[in-house]
Design a protein around this ligand. Structure first.
Ligand SMILES: Nc1ncnc2c1ncn2[C@@H]1O[C@H](COP(=O)(O)OP(=O)(O)OP(=O)(O)O)[C@@H](O)[C@H]1O
Ligand SMILES: [Mg+2]
Length: 411
């Protein structure tokens, strides 16, 4: 197996940084070679709050991935998310002037460029343009117009922009860790590629990635992102409540939540008592399981209700019979699926990165959905080189000129 064209997906989260390394094996299947993880510091809800600490965390995750794989990592595909992302629909129309009237990839590029040319606020920068559909003359719903004939080509796109400062600082951290950035990819799009089924995306589905500090929401209809949102709610809120309620440290509370936590009282199967270490040198105390769940239940219900309100606000609920897929580290809370099903009143499942060779041990960790998805997107793109317009992803992976310039300026 040639170890040359490997790719690295980097997710700089509030709780952890993960670097996932993958390549195509001899059968052209995506294989994960290694995942490096580090506790995150200096990052909050997709934004950098401390450059030095965040750089250290990124370096640590990369070093771990290098150690596992025996490879040198120089370039990464970086996921971006958080409330600084905005999405905005736009349209482009061009005339096909050639005599044969056959639409070429260049025409598709031209129509997307036209749709992209809309004013964005000064503090925002376009990071992605996602074609939704094409219209040739009066024929609607065209997925791939290349090779078809027509006089007028029209497209509807979703323009994704991000906060200039938020992205610049994230880029700075990655560069300071000695890495080049190959692509900036919308995090939800990456996560969707590792946890959503193609049929779900076509049918209509909401993907919710609940991390430590935020919940990223993406609604897919007919295979495309139609709605993006991010809320400042995540698993850290639950751990903080536990730390406060049981008078213990945040770290201890995290451990208790992961080992004994349940989302709902009536689902508990492991009743009994938990030993809780107090802050300072206090002796460990015994706390009944019920007391722990009494803390978790109202908070997780609140988090899910806030997410539900956001999804309702999109006015797309009628268009998502595929229901809800919850991923991200916080989706591992026991009983979350049942709790969410009640609150959202939709079919719900927990999304873990799809089974791939080399990912066996970690495949059950939904916290890796984003970094694994980055690898998938990047390698799929490599396989499709020359067919950039396929699946309506024109320009998706091309560094947008302005941030290409930032990279040059910073590096
Ligand atoms: N087994 C578990 N049970 C419950 N919660 C868990 C479990 N494992 C991890 N978590 C929680 O998941 C959260 C971290 O999720 P994740 O790793 O996806 O976050 P992140 O991507 O770093 O953060 P963000 O996306 O918010 O910036 C933490 O709140 C952590 O306590
Ligand atoms: Mg995350």
């Amino acid at each position: 197996m040639g170890k040359t064209n490997y790719v690295v997906g980097l997710d700089v989260g509030t709780s952890k940084v993960s670097a996932c390394l993958g390549q195509l094996n001899d059968n052209n299947q995506i294989q994960i070679i290694g995942v490096g993880e580090a506790v995150s510091e200096g990052v909050k809800q997709g934004m950098i709050t401390d450059l030095e600490r965040a750089t250290k965390a990124v370096s640590k995750a990369i070093e771990e991935a290098e150690k596992i794989s025996g490879l040198d990592i120089g370039e990464v595909s970086l996921g971006v998310g958080g409330s600084h992302l905005r999405s905005q629909p736009s349209r482009g129309v061009i005339a096909i002037s050639r005599s044969d009237k056959e639409i070429t990839p260049k025409d598709v590029e031209r129509v997307i460029d036209q749709a992209r040319a809309i004013p964005v606020p000064l503090e925002q920068e376009v990071i992605d343009v996602l074609p939704q559909r094409y219209i040739i003359d009066d024929q609607d719903g065209i997925i791939d117009p290349v090779g078809m004939s027509g006089i007028r080509l029209e497209t509807e796109v979703l323009i994704i922009s991000g906060g200039v400062a938020a992205i610049q600082n994230m880029v700075k951290v990655v560069n300071k860790a000695g890495l080049r950035i190959k692509d900036l990819v919308v995090g939800s799009l990456a996560a969707s590629s590792s946890v959503l089924l193609k049929d779900e995306k076509e049918l209509g589905v909401a993907l919710v990635d609940i991390g430590g500090g935020k919940a990223d929401i993406a609604i897919f209809i007919e295979g495309n992102i139609r709605y993006l949102g991010s809320l400042p709610v995540g698993g850290d809120l639950i751990s903080k409540d536990i730390a406060f309620g049981l008078r213990t440290s945040f770290k201890e509370a995290e451990g208790i939540k992961k080992e004994f936590g349940w989302a709902k009282r009536d689902l508990i199967t492991n009743s009994g008592e938990i030993a809780v270490t107090g802050i300072g040198r206090r002796e460990a105390r015994k706390v009944p399981m019920e007391a722990l769940v009494e803390i978790i239940e109202p908070r997780i219900e609140e988090i899910l209700s806030i997410i539900n309100r956001e999804i309702q606000k999109s006015n797309l609920v009628e268009l998502i019979p595929g229901g809800l897929v919850i991923t991200g580290g916080a989706s591992q809370l026991r009983g979350l699926e049942q709790c969410a099903e009640q609150i959202f009143d939709m079919p719900t499942r927990i999304g873990t990165p799809s089974e791939m060779p080399g990912l066996s041990q970690q495949s059950q960790d939904p916290g890796l959905a984003l970094s694994v998805g980055l690898v998938q997107l990047s390698l799929n793109e490599e396989m499709e080189t020359g067919h950039f317009h396929k699946k309506g992803k024109a320009k998706l992976f091309e560094p947008i000129e302005r941030w290409k310039r930032w990279l040059e300026e910073i590096f």
